[in-house]
Every structure is written in C-alpha cells, then in structure tokens.
Write a protein that binds this ligand. Structure first.
Ligand SMILES: O=P(O)(O)OC[C@H]1O[C@H](O[C@H]2O[C@H](CO)[C@@H](O)[C@H](O)[C@H]2O)[C@H](O)[C@@H](O)[C@@H]1O
Length: 923
C-alpha cells in the first residue's frame, strides 16, 4: 500500500482500489453480522450544508419578503449561474471561480418548493454520493438560507458578508425567507420532497428511482445559523486551524468566544436531528469543523452508535490550539466519536498531541485517545477528486477553442497558472512576490513568461487583501512590463468551467502555494487536465494536505520567496522526460485515490473500528430502579467504595482531592443505617482517609490497596503488611527521587507500606516517557528480587507489597458479613478491578456461594488458620452491583457503569434518602 490512505498503521498488502475497498467493506459487514454486531446497512452523513438548495415561493405576492436590506458585496458573489467549488474537500465553503451550467431544478406540481443543486465541496459530495452504490444513505444538513429565487448556489454565496460581524441584518439575502415564517406543513412538504430527490450523482450512477441518497434538513434559527457559520466557524475556528491566530490577537481575538453559544446551539440541533432519524446499526459520519461537538452529543444520546468524525481542514499544532478559549469543550466534543479521521498523518499527530498536552488524556497502546474509558481511534485518509468526472469535464468541446485562444494570446511565452480563493491563507500575495523574485533572479524570463492568476471571492474576502493584491500586480507590471508585455494577468472573478480547464491545460507550470490548506483539489484537477496536454509540472506548497501525497510535485515553503522563484525556474526549464516521469506518478496517485475510494475507506475504517470494540462487552448504565428495589428488599447491605476517581473527581494535586459536602452527606446517611456496612477501599494512606473521612463514626476504611483496615465504629487500624519484608521501600524511594529530579512537576507520595510517584503536573509527554522508563527499571530489576508489585495508575506509578490488593479486603468484608444480600461496589481504576473480580466469584450459577477464609483473615489472626471455616453467603447475583466509573466501552469486569463521581454520589444520596425515609426497614 502506498502512503495515500491509512488507518493507523500502514500495511504493505492492502489493496486500495475502489473494487477492493468495497469488497473489504462487504466482508467486514458480513463478519460483523455473523458475530452479532448490529448493522442496519445504512450510512448517515452529517454535513453542515445539504448539497440541495431549496427555494420557497409563497402563495401570494403580498407574502413575499421585502427586498434585501443589505445587497451582496459584489456581483461576483452571486454568479449568474451556479458554480462548482473545487479548491478543497469541504473545509472552506465559499464560492469557487468555476461557473457551471444551470441544472434543471426539481419541482413537484403545486408545491411551493423548488429544489436545485448546491455546488461546492465537490470532492466530499461526490464521495458521499458514491456510497449509495453499496448502501442506503441519508445526508443530514442545514437547508442554508431559504430564498425565493429558484437558483442553484455555491454554499454561502448569498450569505457572503462584507462585514466581520454576524448580526442577522448583515446576512440578509435577496428574497430571503426567514425560517420562522415557514409553517410546519411547508417544512413537512420539503422534508418529503428531499426524501426522494435524485441528485445528479444518483442519476450519474444510474441508480433506480427510490434508491440513492435521501436528504434530511436541519431547521436552524437564522440568527444562530449565521452566528455559527460566519461567527464561530469563520472568525474563531477557521483562522485557528489555519495558523492565522496572530493576525487577530490584538484586535478581535478577545471576542473569540462571542459566537460560542450559536456554535453550541447549532451542534445540538444537528445532534438532535441525527438522533431522530437514527436506527440501531447505522454508521454515522460527521463531516468537518462546523460540527465538532456533535460526536459527544451523540455519544450521550445514543451511547451505542458508531460515530466517525472526518476533519476536512488542517488541525494545528497543540501550541496554536491551546489558545482557543473553548479548547476542552471542542476536544471533548470530538472525542465522543469512535474514530476521528484527518486528511494527513501530521494533522492526526497534532490532534493526538493536543489531547495529551492540553487535556492530559492518555494514548492507548493502539494510538487511540482514552477519555474515561471511552477510546476514540485516530486515523487519516486524504480526500481525492472524482477523477472520472474531472476527466470527462476536460474533454468538453468548449475547452479546446478557448485553449487555442489563450495560446495565441501568449504565443512564444511560457504560461504559469494559479487559481485560488482570495483568502489570506491561500498565499496569493506571497505567490506574486515570488513571481517578482523570479523576474529579479532570473531576468531571462522578463518578456518570456506570464502569470495568469485567477482569484475568486472568499467568505473571508477582505477589501484590504484585494487592494494589496491589485497594488502588487500593478507594481510588478510597472516594474517588469512594457507596452507589449504584461507579466501578471490577474482576474478576480468567477470563470466558466471551460475557461478553467482551458487554462489548466495550456499551463507550462501550475503554481499552487497556499500558506495552509486542508487538502487542495485544484492541484489534482491540474494533473488530470494535463494528461492530454503538455504534462507540465506543478509547484506546490508543503503546507497543504495534498503535498504529502504529491512527492513528484516541486514542493516549496511559500514564505521562502527565493525557493519558490527557484522552483518556478526549475519547472519552466524541466526536460520533457522529467516532466513526463513526474506527471505519470502524479496522475497515477490522483486517479487511484479518488473521492470514491476515500468514501469507501471511511466506511471500511469505521466498520473495522467497531469490530475491534466488541459490542457484547459494552457495560450498561446502572439500572436505578433495580438498584433501589434490591436495596430496599435486602436486610443487610454492603457498600465497597473506592475513593479517588469514584467519590472524588481526579484533580491535579493529590492533596486537593477532598470530599464534597454531598459525598460526606451520602456516606453519613448510609453508614448511619444499621442495615448498612459502608467501607472506603482506597489506595490512599490511613492518615489521608482519617483526615477527611475519619469523623464519620460508622464508616469502615481500608487504606493502601488493602494493606490496612479500620473496622466501622473503631479507631484502630489493622496492618496486614506488618509481617512482610518492607526493605524494598528505601530502594524504590531512591529510584523515584531520581525520576523526580529529572521530571519537573512530579512528586512522591510516601505511605506506610506503599509508595507512589505522581507526574500529573508534569509535561504530559515527558512525564509519560519518564514513567515508562521508571516502570521498566522497577519491573526488570527490583520486582524480580523483591515481593512487590508495580502498578500503573492514573498519571502515577505505585509500588506495593505483593500480598496486598483490594480484592482481598472485599473477601474479608464478605467473610465477616455473610448475611449481606446487597452489595454496591464502585471504582474507576485498574486496582478496583480486583474488587470486581472478587465479587465475580459469587456470580456463578450456584444459588448461594461458599467463601473460603481469605488471606487477610488468616494472616493477622491470633488463632491458627484451621480455626476458620468456609462460610455460606446470602448473596445472590441480583443483589450485586459492581459499578465502573467511566464510559460504557471501558474494559471492566463490572456489571454496570456510571459516567462520573457525581453520578456515584447521586446514587448514594438517593439510596441514603431511602434509608432515611423508611425507618421500618431498619433492623
Ligand atoms: O484507590 P484510590 O482511592 O482510587 O486511590 C488511587 C490513588 O489515587 C491518588 O492519586 C490519583 O488521584 C489524585 C487526586 O485526584 C491525582 O492527582 C493523581 O494523579 C491520581 O493518580 C492518590 O494520590 C494515590 O495515593 C492513590 O493510590
């Protein structure tokens, strides 16, 4: 397999042709069905915009909205006929510069609605549509502004503001119909039409009527919709993801949060819409940076849903991302997905390191991100173009005469072609300066080369940038031009599709040098357009997603003007043989890795991910009613509760993890009920537990993972480690000190018979690295000679005596309370699994279990071990509530899960209130 599409690790044997990937999808689905994983055969895609434009004609003229308050910025914002965006997969939704023929709008007789094509995001749209060949499909997206004009639009073309604020009036569109004015019946009518709408892709694929992709609109409040898109998406996330943060720092960045409520509200509306149409077994793919909160919202609403998130934009380095005020909300939103996929490996690496460095999350052994036991896998798979369609487009009869005309116009001169949106990240200014440098450094080109630069208006188009570009063009032409020679020809306008391909095919050199670009599809179109032409080379910026797949292009740093000029010179001077070799490689890449293979890969990767997850192992949420009814009917109940991460949330400094008033209230209530025996079973030392919980009279405590116990109602501790060899503690302390000196922020917690090294406050990557080194040293040297166990905890490394663990204490408590009929046992950590394991022994089919005297009973007993008899337990399976704190997908032996310590406390408080309210239950 080459480097184009990968899921975590490259494999040399994978075949990524469309046929092969589809077969792999088919096989995975068959395997999943055979192993009981539910699959509906449907794929739901969630995109910001529907690729369908709906225009609405009111029944009477009097109903028509008044003329627009704010006219569009310039005529090119609203082309006479629809345009096709082609600059990138999906990230930038603004208008492109290629004009398209107007398709026939679809209208049902008597309907108020007319449907047409919304152009733009052609790579994503064609990829998604291609999956209709193998799957039932739904696309969920915003309707966009609804207008009375029955035209097809580039996304956001009408909404393109000439202002940086997101107030509603700024987005007034011609004949815009406010969503609130569209009655439920009219909405229902549109929803019905969208179910059966046949896109040009469906028609192109020859799918029968009734098959293909159905569309589901998300109805958004107008103000929120624009606050979301032109506000938070375009003013906060887009610049951040494209490393433009510093441009706004002094002025607007203070308001980076201004549109957050709209972003959150729109994401919630999308998640709700998905939940409404979801069927168990659907695969859900969420697309792009507009919808980054949807995965976690869906995870809450549909815990078992299979959710993928594809990010079409770049993902910046953690040092940039950490500036975002809502960084944690955005990361947590994304991490609700089962699989997060980026365009390139480097974006995925930035994301992973952001999760680790900014949020302190852990990376799993498979490279996923673990959040409270839910693992989001990370992958990358670049989007491609619909090569077949582009190929067909390059053969349109209108192209050749136009190409001929351009050739004639610039006869005897080399032609450099550039086509970009006029957006600061596209690097047009830098490109012009580099062209000037070419003429300076290689004066032989003066009079012999022209740059034809087409720029189309972008949503973030600024008059300042437009002026800067015009001035620069005038300067170069003034400096290097003459009466019969103009070096730069700049067209800031929409051009016709035929003109676009004519331009690409006559080029002697393509120069595409954005400062950042998620992918960039123009470069792929250039390669295809050159197949039947000169096979001219491409100069590409190394800061585009596509560059990692285009090794045969001349790659440059667009900020290094000398380097770009030299690459232009090299491209213009290249021999035909080298051009052909390079072109052939690029052409193979572009035509093998298409939008269709990309989409099939997404289906495959999500299926592979959920296959590895094993649905059968998902832990169900705690059944509150059952818990409470078992509690009420039991004559005696046990509570076996871990502390950190279970009764108190994990915090940066161990000493700050103090119990909340609610926790104390719950423990007091429960332990005051004589029917209850309540134990805290913690890794903490006795001193900490006594300090914070010692005043609760009837509370039992076990410290240091079962090394010590203080029975309810008693003050003295029993030490189970008394007779054990403890000489190793000094040696471990020395090793921990060594690592503490080398790991800023780390600290040692010395307990009576165990010792913990914490690195939560250290640099996350360095801390983890040091932890692994230290663990290695302890396990391979000390632990072989000494009776110790090394435990990897939550950002800590613990060493304790081998004989001690929390499971032993659980057995001991059961042994002395054999009449207990109810057990609530909760924990969040690996050490708590010992408790669950101990209780699992009693969940067999046997009606009542027998318990042999545990080690912790015999170890400290005055009497000989033979004195102790096995006991009969009153417990039955129904009365045991082992509870993992974390996500349902967390690997655990517990039978149930809750998501947070707050949820544990809430259950305990509710049970405590039952105790208080039902004194008749007391013994
Ligand atoms: O068995 P537990 O009650 O869950 O205790 C396990 C360890 O918890 C403590 O460390 C952890 O919690 C700290 C406070 O939230 C956090 O700062 C640290 O990073 C965690 O590892 C405690 O300090 C250890 O002694 C316990 O063994």
């Amino acid at each position: 397999m080459d480097s184009f599409a990968e899921h975590r690790r490259p494999s040399n044997t994978d075949d990524i042709s469309l046929v092969a990937v589809r077969e792999q999808v088919h096989k995975l689905e068959a395997d999943h069905r055979a192993s009981g994983i539910p699959l509906s055969g449907r794929i739901i895609h969630v995109c910001h915009y529907l690729p369908v434009v709906a225009s609405f004609a009111r029944k009477s003229r009097a109903d028509l909205p008044s003329p627009p308050q704010t006219p569009p910025a310039k005529s090119s914002d609203i082309p006479e006929s629809p345009v096709e965006a082609s600059s990138s997969g999906a990230g930038d939704a603004s208008a492109s510069s290629i004009e398209q023929p107007v398709p026939q709008p679809a209208k049902e007789k008597g309907s108020q609605w007319t449907l047409g094509v919304r152009y733009g995001h052609s790579a994503m749209v064609s990829g998604i549509a291609s999956l209709a060949a193998t799957h039932e499909q739904l696309v969920i997206g915003w309707t966009g502004d609804i207008t009375t004009a029955p035209v097809s639009l580039p996304p956001a073309a009408y909404g393109a503001p000439n202002t940086s604020t997101a107030s509603e009036s700024a987005y007034g569109a011609p004949g815009k119909v406010p969503v609130k004015d569209i009655a439920p019946e009219a909405r229902g009518e549109l929803e019905h039409m969208l179910k059966t709408y046949r896109s040009r892709e469906d028609i192109g694929m020859g799918l029968e009527e009734g098959r293909g992709t159905a569309y589901v609109p998300v109805w958004l409040d107008d103000r929120e919709a624009h606050g979301h898109y032109e506000g938070y998406c375009k003013q906060t996330l887009w610049p951040l993801f494209h490393y433009l943060l510093w441009q706004d720092v002094a002025t607007e960045y203070a308001s980076a949060d201004a549109h957050w409520p709209s972003y959150a509200a729109v994401n919630a509306a999308f998640a709700q819409r998905v939940a409404e149409v979801y069927r168990p077994g659907d695969l859900i793919w969420i697309h792009d940076y507009h919808l980054l909160l949807v995965p976690s919202l869906l995870r809450q609403a549909l815990p078992e849903a299979s959710v993928g998130l594809f990010v079409h934009t770049p993902f910046p380095s953690s040092e940039i991302f950490r500036c975002l005020p809502r960084r944690k909300e955005i990361l947590d939103g994304m991490l609700g997905a089962n699989l997060i996929c980026f365009q390139t490996y480097s974006y995925s690496r930035h994301f992973t390191s952001t999760c680790v460095r900014v949020c302190g999350y852990e990376i799993t052994s498979t490279g996923g991100i673990d959040v409270q036991g839910h693992v989001a896998a990370i992958a990358y798979c670049p989007v491609g173009v619909d090569a077949e369609r582009v190929e067909k487009d390059t053969l349109r009869p209108g192209i050749e005469p136009k190409a001929e005309a351009i050739r004639a116009l610039y006869e005897g001169k080399k032609i450099i072609v550039g086509r970009d949106k006029l957006d600061a990240v596209k690097g047009v200014v830098q490109k012009l300066r580099a062209f000037e440098k070419l003429l300076q450094d290689y004066p032989q080109w003066i009079g012999n080369v022209v740059l034809i630069q087409v720029t189309s208006p972008a949503l973030s188009d600024s008059p300042k940038l437009e002026r800067q570009v015009s001035e620069l063009v005038a300067h170069i032409n003034g400096e290097y031009g003459s009466l019969d020679f103009i070096p730069v020809h700049h067209y800031h306008q929409t051009i016709k599709k035929d003109e676009f391909y004519a331009l690409l095919s006559v080029a002697d050199l393509g120069v595409i040098t954005p400062l950042r670009d998620g992918m960039n599809t123009t470069s792929m179109e250039f390669v295809i357009a050159q197949e039947r032409s000169k096979r001219s080379p491409l100069v590409l910026s190394e800061f585009m997603g596509i560059s990692s797949n285009m090794a045969d292009a001349l790659q440059v740093n667009p900020w290094n003007l000398g380097e770009v000029a030299a690459a232009m010179h090299r491209g213009l001077m290249m021999t035909d043989e080298e051009k052909l070799n390079r072109h052939q490689q690029l052409y193979k890449t572009v035509t093998t890795h298409t939008s269709h293979t990309w989409a099939a890969m997404l289906a495959k990767m999500l299926l592979a991910q959920i296959g590895g997850q094993n649905f059968a192992r998902m832990t169900p949420p705690m059944p509150k009613d059952r818990l409470e009814s078992q509690y009420v009917s039991a004559k005696k109940r046990l509570f076996l509760l871990d502390y950190d991460g279970t009764l108190a949330p994990i915090v940066r400094v161990p000493s700050a993890a103090v119990p909340s008033p609610e926790t104390l209230e719950a423990l007091e209530r429960l332990s005051n009920d004589p029917q209850n025996v309540v134990f805290i079973i913690s890794g903490r030392d006795g001193a900490f537990l006594e300090q914070h919980l010692g005043h609760i009279k009837n509370l039992g405590m076990s410290a240091e993972h079962g090394g010590f116990v203080r029975e309810p109602g008693h003050r003295e501790w029993t030490n189970f480690t008394e007779s054990l060899d403890m000489d190793w503690m000094g040696e471990v302390l020395e090793i921990f000190k060594y690592y503490t000196e080398r790991t800023t922020g780390s600290l040692i917690e010395v307990k009576k018979s165990s010792i913990t090294w914490h690195y939560r406050a250290s640099d996350p990557e360095w801390g983890l690295f040091q932890c692994r080194q230290c663990q290695d040293l302890l396990e391979n040297n000390l632990a072989r000679k000494r009776p110790i166990e090394v435990l990897v905890g939550k950002k800590n490394l613990e060493v304790r005596p081998l004989a001690v663990n929390k499971g032993e204490i659980v057995k001991r408590i059961l042994y002395y309370n054999p009449d207990a009929e109810f057990v609530f046992c909760a924990g969040d950590d690996k050490t708590d699994e010992d408790m669950f394991r101990a209780l699992l022994l009693f969940q067999g089919d046997a009606e009542k279990a027998k318990l042999e005297p545990p080690l912790s009973v015999t170890l400290v007993a005055k009497e000989p071990a033979t004195h102790f008899e096995p006991v009969d337990l009153a417990l039955s399976r129904e009365g045991i509530f082992t509870t993992a704190v974390g996500h349902s997908t967390k690997r655990t032996l517990a039978a149930w899960h809750v998501t947070s310590p707050e949820e544990v406390i809430s259950h305990l408080l509710d049970l405590g209130r039952i105790s208080g309210a039902a004194p008749e239950n007391k013994l």
